[in-house]
Design a protein around this ligand. Structure first.
Ligand code: OGA
Ligand code: NI
Length: 366
């Protein structure tokens, strides 16, 4: 049966693809049962013969870090936790954080508010559609970079800068209060984790905080909506990529879809409530001179329930030049493996290119 498709956005694109205003409206159009060909994800040759495994199928389990032991543990517990964090950053670039300081009710309230935002009338969200998040504060959109994407991704998003200056959409009501509290709590959590990470690298506890200028550091909430997709095997929510920034603290609405690449295998991360999924991001890889690896991850889609994820990016201030920590370098045994680049320039490079794997990071690799 032919379906009635919603209007397409009037946006100039370099690739001849005109996206729909949102995949949400597209997925809700009457009798919608097959995706437009522009949403067909053409697998990169590197992904051929890929292996996907469930989290509990692998004998090398995803590391779990108990945050309470980092903050309130005795000396031995703290030392062990710092060691475990370092090992997780080195071997996975990813870990699950439990017993953290953000309450379950605040996490649930935040997820509800993000849903309420995506459920606003399209015109209320479009207010934020033409902005660029590096200059403005709030950006609503679909896919990733609609003027550069080779194919479209099955994803709508809103990105909001909440530090050093706090921003919030005016609607839905209550969003501002909840996101302000959530931002404060996750910012503190991220900074505490980075203290442990500094120590795990053998650096002074406030090393990352100081050198990355976190007093004026960038914190961004990036919410993703993945509506049900009638042909989930043909589409992709987000392609394989690593994130800019130091850490990404991710939560989701109880629907799985995140896959992380570990030792050549894509691991399905199950959706466990009340924990943070912590992703090591590119700037931590750069400052640690490659000792810690940013994790390549992607978002698969399904034809079941709508999935929502909320990433909190903990990042250096936009004018910080991020380069390998000189304390970790040695001319002979460990020379600098990355050139320095200002965070804002790095972010623009990522925004303006196709998102694929570590393509941006590779540009600063020596
Ligand atoms: C991101 C991201 C994955 C997800 O926002 O950077 O990779 O699970 N999200 O939605
Ligand atoms: Ni990501």
């Amino acid at each position: 049966m032919a379906s009635t498709l919603p209007p397409q956005v009037n946006q100039k694109s370099n690739n001849g693809i005109t996206p729909f205003t949102s995949v949400k409206t597209l997925s809700e159009s009457p009798d919608f049962n097959s995706i437009p060909s522009s949403y067909t994800y053409t697998t990169n040759p590197h992904d051929e013969n890929e292996i996907v495994a469930d989290q509990d199928e692998v004998n090398d389990p995803i590391p779990v870090i108990d945050y309470s032991l980092l903050i309130n543990g005795n000396h031995d517990q703290r030392t062990k936790t710092i060691h475990d964090i370092g090992k997780a950053c080195e071997e996975w670039g990813f870990f699950i954080l439990t017993n953290h300081s953000v309450s379950k009710s605040l996490m649930e309230k935040m997820v509800d508010q993000v849903f309420a935002f995506f459920n606003l009338k399209e015109e209320d969200k479009q207010v934020y559609a033409d902005k660029e998040v590096t200059d403005d504060s709030i950006k609503y959109g679909t896919s990733f970079n609609v003027s550069g994407d080779k194919n479209l991704f099955w994803r709508d998003f809103i990105k909001i800068i909440v530090h050093p200056k706090f921003h919030s959409p005016d609607k839905p009501s209550g969003f501002r209060e909840t996101s302000a509290e959530y931002s404060r709590k996750t910012w503190k959590l991220g900074r505490e984790l980075l203290k442990g990470i500094s120590e795990s690298l053998g650096l002074e506890v406030n090393y990352i905080d100081k050198t990355m200028n976190l007093d004026s550091g960038l914190q961004m909430l990036a919410a993703n909506l993945y509506p049900p997709c009638p042909q989930p095997d043909l589409a992709m929510g987000m392609p394989p990529h690593s994130d800019h920034g130091l850490l990404n603290l991710l939560i989701q609405n109880g629907v799985s879809g995140l896959q992380v690449l570990h030792n050549g295998k894509w691991i399905n991360v199950s959706s466990t409530s009340n924990c943070f999924l912590v992703l090591v991001s590119d700037h931590l890889e750069i400052m640690s001179n490659g000792k810690y690896k940013s994790v390549v991850h992607r978002a698969a889609v399904s034809n079941g329930a709508t999935r929502m994820s909320l990433a909190t990016v903990i990042a250096p201030s936009l004018d910080t030049v991020v380069e390998p920590a000189s304390e970790l370098l040695d001319n002979e045994s460990n020379p600098a493996a990355y050139v320095g680049m200002k965070h804002i320039d790095y972010m623009k490079l990522q925004r303006n290119n196709q998102l694929y794997g570590k393509s941006v990071l590779n540009k600063v690799k020596i």
